[in-house]
Design a protein around this ligand. Structure first.
Ligand SMILES: O=C(O)CCC(=O)C(=O)O
Length: 291
């Protein structure tokens, strides 16, 4: 399953890519569901609870940028979390008790799929401790061409960067102000069925997909059960209904981790893409927005 060397790599670098997390049959089944959900975007005029739309979307020629919270859209997305390799990795990286925080599927379509500016997930959802990560399940082969997720190794041990612009949360770091060397970024590459696991404080982003191949990435945000969110807590039944494995707890573990609250909320709500439209500067070029 996952080796001690891979666990050590994650601890050192803040990410690890594991091949063959999903078997071919499961992958085919989930991809079919995704394709049906994307087909249903025909006729949709604006962002809603399910779809975040590309700027060039038209109801008669749908262009979905993200399926929001897929685990609430179709049961297959909860089933996938029972994949044995996936559970093994989660337990090794987060301990025996793990809760789903949220999910999203970035479609990054061939030819125009939007970039995601540099950010740390922690800026969006700080918790009482940082035993929190995101799984990135690759539904397509991911290579340098089709907009892989890029990570800055080791930044999970560094500061929490400012993700505000003009006094409001905007979900993106100012690349110049951060002082980081983005030429050190490493792509998370793999075959369809592979998954990346990245620490909640790791700096990451991705370029526009100008290639002829889609790059669908299903992200599951997962937390140790004793890491409690500092924002948007709903209610205990809903919270505990998201346990992936092990037991819930009423005793959050408090660790002195740096936090900057994502408040006041972003001007443009809905998704990271919308939040980031208010960023004061952009790193990734948008070449083909209106094609
Ligand atoms: O899709 C990607 O490449 C990056 C995704 C990401 O970081 C996010 O949606 O928060």
């Amino acid at each position: 399953m996952i080796t001690d060397a891979q666990v050590a790599f994650y601890e050192e670098n803040g990410y690890v890519v594991v091949e063959d997390v999903l078997d071919a049959a499961t992958l085919a089944r989930v991809r079919k569901v995704v394709s049906e959900i994307l087909d249903d975007a025909r006729g949709v005029t604006t962002h809603n609870d399910i779809y975040d739309l590309e700027p060039s979307h038209r109801p008669d020629r749908p262009r979905v940028r993200r399926i929001k919270k897929p685990h609430l859209v179709h049961p297959v997305f909860r089933e996938v979390l029972n994949a044995p390799v996936l559970l093994d990795v989660l337990v090794r990286l987060l301990g025996p008790n793990v809760r789903l925080h949220g999910s999203k599927l970035n479609t990054k379509s061939a030819g125009f799929g939007s970039p995601v500016e540099w950010h740390q997930d922690w800026a969006f959802y700080p918790h009482t401790n940082d035993d929190v990560l995101a799984i990135g399940l690759m539904f397509d082969d991911v290579s340098m061409e089709n907009g892989p997720m890029l990570v800055l190794p080791g930044t999970h041990r560094g500061p929490i960067y400012d993700h505000h612009a003009q006094g409001r949360f905007c979900g993106a770091m100012d690349p110049a102000a951060s002082g980081l060397d983005f030429s050190r970024a490493v792509p998370c590459l793999g075959r369809a069925g592979a998954a990346s696991f990245h620490h909640v404080r790791l700096v990451h982003g991705s370029a526009q997909n100008t290639s002829s191949r889609d790059r669908q990435l299903l992200l599951y945000e997962c937390a140790a059960a004793d890491a409690w969110p500092l924002v948007n807590f709903t209610n205990i039944d809903e919270f505990d209904s998201r346990m992936i494995c092990g037991e819930p707890t009423l005793e959050p573990r408090l660790v002195p981790v740096p936090v900057r609250m994502p408040l006041p909320p972003a001007l443009n709500q809905g998704s990271i893409y919308e939040n980031q439209t208010a960023a004061s500067s952009r790193f990734f070029k948008v070449a083909l927005e209106s094609v």
